[in-house]
Design a binder for this molecule. Structure first.
Ligand code: ATP
Ligand code: MG
Length: 461
């Protein structure tokens, strides 16, 4: 009791147990614009209400609504069990093992419906470090609120009466732009170390500061990230990179010492100015695309993050006398292997990354049928965008990028002429002009790994 009082007075985070009484705010007090609420989410809530269950919009959607943002997806929490929810909807699927949730599909929209979870004080299956392994006990709404990660993520909005229930002072923290974990920070990170990554993402994305008590244990608990299954880490990493604030997320990860367990080679890359510059450029472009609601391929993202490592290895193999293409194949294989130890990069994504990398020398060469075949390759666009970043980063003559930009829009005749000119240029440079080429390379600082290569026409990536 005294502890609770002291915590309250000094604002040292909320009590570990469920807060009994939420603060209720009406629409004038919380200011949510009902037009930003998805009709599908409203329908799901209404159907649950009509069947006699409690149901609210929760989590990130409420947080975004309070910030005046249009949520990208909606979660609903209810006291109906997953089976009871499933019965109410035609297209509903129970998914998940650690957390069972129901995916309700209405038209194009997917609403995630979760049943209120039980208190974390109930016995649960944990690993040696305190990480929760199974977590499917249902509970009251109060307990559900206490199980959520941050105070700003533990508010419940009822679109039917437009009331907002705030269990852990989330509204206040939101106004103060502060991220505060619910309960004892150390225990909550031990239960689920991914919460440390989530807080970094929210801090970067929302521009919020992290409450000192919430921040304090992260430095010493960061290695717990290594216990998290790699597939989950990969998902979280992707969310970080696709948050529209990728670079600030990476910076925040580094500041908090959380980057080590994620992309082992990225750690080294960010220490090197040239690699850091390339990554920064690539991530800036990614952020821009995401803000414009344009598609981003995860393969492209990871290909940019690891490119400088691939280049280094590539040079290493070439210096050992390997031919350029097999050297690049070996380098790409090495880097992917090292990464997948920690991060389960799905096979499809890894294959996209490899294609983007292996298309680079072919894009540089631009001769014969190869140029046309590249245009038809389903990965062309990604490989071309990648090439443009290399040009912008100064590792490649900008002329190569400009050539492709012109080639894409050129007519059939113009294309032929462009290729003929390129063939002429290549043969001129390879017939007795090696010395001139070497000195030019030295002058422009061009990476020897990126000059035009011997014929690659028959080598498909
Ligand atoms: P976004 O959708 O923008 O990533 P979000 O907060 O909605 O943010 P979700 O992963 O969709 O994130 O989770 C929905 C809600 O579930 C969260 O707001 C939070 O209340 C709860 N939650 C999610 N992950 C955790 C976790 N690891 N520990 C505790 N609660 C969590
Ligand atoms: Mg969400």
């Amino acid at each position: 009791m005294i502890n609770k009082l002291i915590r309250k007075i000094f604002g040292m985070g909320s009590d570990t147990r469920a807060a009994d009484k939420p603060v209720t705010l009406n629409s004038a007090q919380h200011g949510i614009d009902p037009r930003l609420v998805s009709n599908s989410a409203i329908r799901v809530v209404r159907i649950l209400h009509n069947a006699g269950y409690k149901a609210f919009i929760v989590g990130g959607a409420v947080r975004d609504l309070l910030l005046g943002l249009k949520p990208k997806d909606f979660d609903v929490a209810t006291d109906a069990t997953p089976e009871q929810v499933k019965r109410l909807f035609r297209r509903a699927f129970v998914i998940g093992r650690r957390f069972q949730i129901v995916h309700v599909l209405l038209g194009q929209e997917l609403i995630e419906v979760t049943t209120f979870r039980g208190s974390s004080t109930k016995p649960a299956l944990k690993d040696d470090a305190g990480r929760l392994l199974r977590d499917n006990s249902f509970g009251t709404q109060e307990e559900d609120a206490a199980r959520r990660d941050f105070t700003i993520n533990a508010m419940y909005y009822n679109p039917a009466n437009q009331l907002l229930l705030d269990y852990h002072g989330g509204m206040n923290d939101l106004r103060n732009r502060t991220l505060k974990i619910i309960g004892d920070p150390e225990q909550r990170y031990r239960e689920d170390p991914v919460r440390m990554l989530r807080i970094v993402r929210f801090a970067a994305k929302l521009g919020f500061s992290i409450d000192p008590a919430t921040r304090a244990p992260i430095a010493s608990l960061a290695p717990l990230i290594n216990n998290v299954p790699s597939a989950r880490l990969f998902d979280e990493m992707l969310k970080l990179l696709m948050s529209g604030h990728a670079m600030s997320c990476l910076k925040e990860l580094r500041t908090r010492g959380l980057h080590k367990g994620l992309l082992p080679l990225l750690d080294v890359a960010l220490e090197q100015p040239q690699a850091a510059h390339f990554i920064e450029l690539a991530l800036d472009k990614t952020d821009q695309r995401i803000r414009e609601n344009r598609r981003i391929s995860p393969g492209f993202l990871f290909a940019t993050l690891l490119w400088t490592q691939v280049e280094e290895k590539w040079e290493h193999y070439r210096a050992q006398g390997e031919h350029p293409i097999p050297a690049l194949v070996a380098a790409a294989g090495d880097i992917l292997e090292t990464q997948t130890e920690k991060l389960a990069i799905q096979r499809r994504i890894a294959s996209d990354m490899k294609d983007i990398w292996l298309m680079q020398p072919r894009l540089e060469r631009r001769t014969g049928k190869s140029a046309y075949r590249l245009l038809e390759n389903e990965r062309f666009r990604a490989a071309y965008d990648f090439l443009l970043i290399r040009c912008e980063a100064g590792e490649l003559d900008p002329e190569v990028g400009q050539w492709w930009t012109a080639f894409i829009d050129a007519s059939g005749d113009e294309r032929q002429q462009m290729i003929a000119e390129q063939v002429k240029r290549l043969s001129a440079s390879s017939s007795g002009k090696k010395r001139a080429k070497r000195s030019r390379r030295r002058k422009t600082g061009t990476n020897p790994a990126t000059v035009p290569l011997p014929t690659t026409e028959d080598i498909q990536p």
